[in-house]
Design a protein around this ligand. Sequence first.
Ligand code: S3P
Length: 441
Amino acid sequence: MNSNLVYSTQAISAPLKGSIRVPGDKSMSHRAVMFSSLADGTSNIKGLLEGEDVMATLAAFQAMGVTAQGPNNGELTIDGVGMRGLQAPEDALDMGNSGTAMRLISGILAAQNFPSKLVGDESLSGRPMRRVTVPLSSMGARCATDENGCPPIHIRGVDQLEPIDYKLPIASAQIKSAVLLAGLYANGETSVTEPAPTRDHTERMLQAYGYECRTEKLNDQASTVSVTGGGQLMAADIDIPADISSAAFFMVAASIVPGSDLTLEHVGINPTRTGVIDVLREMGADIAFLNERDIGGEPVADIRVRYVGLKGIDIDPKYVPLAIDEFPVLCIAAACADGVTTISEAEELRHKESDRISAMVEGLRALGVDLVEHKDGVEITGGKIHGGDVNSFHDHRIAMAFSVAGAVASESICIDRCENVATSFPNFIDLANHVGMSVNV
Ligand code: S3P
C-alpha cells in the first residue's frame, strides 16, 4: 500500500448540530450480500453500505457466478443462485481489508465442491485465520492458511461437511458465523457456544431468509446457536439500518464538543451492538433513543446526543465484545473525560485492522495525553488534547477516531494513511464537515 491520504483537522470545532444518517451497517451489508447470493430467487436490499469491504464481498460472489444490479444509493438487487449454485472462481478472491468477508466466506467456501483461494491487502494478510480454519477443518473441510496462520486461505473442494458442536475460544461473531454458515451445508445439526454475547446478525438474518436458527441461553453470558444443514435460503427484501459503529464517531464528538445537539437517524440498536452507548452513558453522556421501531427483525432508533462533560470510568470487560469496534473512539472520549478511564481484557483489539491498542496509545501520546499501556488494554487520564501528527496505520477506525479528537484539540491534528476510511464510511469527511467539524483531506 503506497498511497497516503492525510486528514487534517482545524483546532476546536463549532458545536455539532443537526440530523444526519450515516451509511448502512457493515456487518448486515456483508451478510445480506452473502445470503441473497445463496438464496433461491431475487432479493432486494436497501440501505446497503457501499464501502470497499462490502464491495469486496459482492465482487467475490459475482466472480462465482452471481448477478446483481446496483448498488445505487444503497439499493442492490441480487439474483440468488441457490445453496449449491456457486461456480468455481477463475482467480483468487480478493477480500481487500475485510476480516468479516474473509472469515464468513471461508465458512461458505469450505462446503463447495470446487477449490478457492482467499487473499487480502497488507493488513488482512497479517490477521489470524486459524480461528476459522481449525473449526472448519474439524467439520471435514480441507482448508489451510500460510505457516503463520494468516492469509492466503487455500480451500479445496469437499462433497459433504460433518456437523460439530463448537465452543468458541474467543467471543467472536466472525468465528461463530463462519461455523454456522458451514453448518448450513453439514449433514445434521451444527451448534456454536459463545462464552459471551456477540453480534447476532447472522442468526437474525438467516431467519429473515427463511432458515431456522435456534438460540438457547445457557446463563446471563453464554448461549448456544444451532442450525441444521440441508435447508434452503429464500430470497428476501432487506432494509439495512445505519451502522452504529459509524454513528459512534459522532456520538463521541457530540458528547465532547460543548454546545452540541446532534441526531443520528435510523441507527441499528441491536443489543449486541449497543455497548458503546452503555459505556458512554456510564461516563455521563446524554444519549436518547427516539422513535424506536423494528425494521425487518432488527431494532432501530434515531439517537439524539447532547453535550455534557464526561467522567472517567473502569469499563466493564463485558462490554468488550459488545463495543469491539468502538474502542478507538471510546479512547478519545476517555482522553476528554474528567479522571481516569480503564480498558481491560481487550487484547482482541490487537488483532483488528491494526493493533488498535498500540495505535491509539502512540497517537494519543503524540497529542500529549497521559496514559499507561497494558497488554490487554490501556488506562487513560483525561485532560487537554494538543495538536500533532498521528499515524492511523491504514486503519479506518483509528483515522476517524483521531478526526473526532481534532474537534477538541488545541491545535490542528494531521492524520496519516486515512485511505481505508472508504472501507466502512465513504462519506465520513462530508458528514463531519456538514455537522460542524472541520476535517480536510
Ligand atoms: C464483525 C464482528 C467483529 C467486528 C467486525 C465485524 C462481524 O469481529 O470487529 O468489525 O460482522 O461479524 P469479531 O467477531 O472477530 O470480534
